[in-house]
Design a protein around this ligand. Structure first.
Ligand SMILES: CC(C)(COP(=O)(O)OP(=O)(O)OC[C@H]1O[C@@H](n2cnc3c(N)ncnc32)[C@H](O)[C@@H]1OP(=O)(O)O)[C@@H](O)C(=O)NCCC(=O)NCCS
Length: 167
């Protein structure tokens, strides 16, 4: 497994690799419904913070990735980012998600980010447990926030306020 202190960076090449692209699609469809398209690299690249992107891989494949995107273009919220994290189904339950999220938190604090947030479907028990184990707390359930195909979805909002940045 390739895992340095800050992991690998997500590059155009790794993004275009089938597994990372597939996992982006899985995340955006909420794991249940077909989606039309994986976003092209340029769109993904433009929407995620360059300084805080992590990738874990073994010799042959990508095992997981994590990245941040701004929640708002307004300057007042420049230190607030939304977490995306994904571990390949065959690699789950081995601590990779926790290593990724801990490293992402550390990188984000080094970069001056003061709040990380995550919007998670309430049935995603593993993801909720992962975020809580990394210092996120529940803010509340946002009702009928997203529409996936024909179904309205509640989304649980969690956040982690840094005790090092912006104190
Ligand atoms: C959520 C996800 C990233 C977790 O990755 P993972 O590598 O399996 O997680 P880890 O093995 O590092 O476990 C992290 C913590 O979550 C807990 N956990 C993991 N799977 C769990 C499950 N199915 N039920 C309950 N707790 C679980 C672990 O016990 C661990 O807690 P601890 O540190 O207190 O012991 C992975 O399941 C995933 O990619 N899911 C699909 C994508 C997704 O939902 N992403 C989040 C939306 S942004």
């Amino acid at each position: 497994m390739c895992w340095g202190s800050h992991g690998d960076r997500i590059s155009h090449r790794s993004y275009e690799g089938r597994r990372l692209a597939t996992s982006v699609r899985d995340l955006s469809r909420g794991h249940r419904h077909r989606t039309r398209q994986v976003p092209p690299w340029e769109k993904w690249d433009g929407g995620h913070l360059r300084e805080c992107r992590l990738l874990v891989r073994d010799t042959h494949r990508i095992l997981g990735w994590a990245a941040l995107s701004p929640v708002s273009p307004r300057r007042v919220y420049r230190g607030v980012m939304e977490v995306s994290i994904y571990v390949a189904a065959t690699a789950r339950g081995r601590g990779i998600g926790k290593s990724l999220l801990q490293a992402l938190v550390e990188q984000s604090e080094n970069y001056g980010i003061w709040t990380l947030q995550a919007g998670i479907f309430p049935e995603d028990i593993a993801s909720i447990a992962l975020h809580k184990s990394c210092g996120f707390r529940e803010i509340g359930l946002r009702q009928r926030l997203g529409k996936l195909a024909v179904a309205w979805r509640d989304v649980l909002l969690l956040e982690r306020r840094s005790k090092k940045v912006g104190t």
